[in-house]
Design a protein around this ligand. Sequence first.
Ligand code: ASP
Length: 329
Amino acid sequence: MKRRDFVKLSALGSAAVLAKSCSTSSDKKQVSILETSKKIKVVSTWISGIDANKEAIRILSSNGSAITAVEKGLNVIESDPNNTSVGLGGMPDASGVVTLDASIMDDQYNCGSVTYLQNIEHPISVARKVMEETPHVMLSGKGAYDFAIEQGFTHKNLLTESSLQKWQEWKKDNSFNLPHINHENHDTIAMIAMDANGKMAAGCTTSGWAFKKHGRVGDSPIIGAGIYVDPEIGGACATGLGESIIKICGSHAVVEFMRSGLTPEEACREAVERIKKTTENYDDLQVGFLAMNITGEVGIHSMYSGFECALQDENRSELIKSGYEFEWE
Ligand code: ASP
């Protein structure tokens, strides 16, 4: 199917048909229980989310859990050598090394993450192992790699010929400018899923900002920044300039805005507003938030145009354009 077949120009219009909003927290619980069996749903950042969602929905349709749907859905993109922001084929850092960040969280506050992980194709699966097989939340660098090998993951060179060439091109430019974070060079994938029991999970996996300083870690593996899930409220995830997202604990902020009564879309917008308020110069600073509440209502918002999310349930797959504050020039 062509990209334009998916595109829905109005984020508001699309989000509005997804589910009804609710007013009090006890209402929310009730609605969640009433709607659980018919509401499997998955939503992911960017156009690459379409393929990830297909796998996630396949799992949810056969009664799989939200956490497995998130892991296996994200695995699809981690293995895609043409996605230059995730897993295999991800852009290296300034020193030419591919370092990966990922995190996963269910709706019982169980979570796991890996940062600065090298030579492992599926960081999201390692993050899940951290969550399930260790008493820790986060493993980093060599420790994360050793743990992955111990758990049966295999060593793999993730730097493709094409990513290597792009890095070599970039190195020729003495200014060493970092590329803008937009949909062309940043397809970090984050996903929120709801299973047939109404349980939610979220995950995020990335090679981070292309040509970042060696050792840099973004928001994606930080619980509360890159992703967050609250059993009474819903989940949120983020993409874009990780440094700005970390500073406001972005995904946690979105969930808390929903707790205060905002719809997912309003909550995402409020988080973007907070970044505007707390950042002196937000020229070219792209951030995007995506949220789903426990009734299954979805919303997105970004600082600049160009952000989008892929939404799939049992009946449809669509790409939803985000509302935004500014047009890219
Ligand atoms: N948030 C990611 C990071 O800063 C990048 C992205 O989402 O595009 O590493």
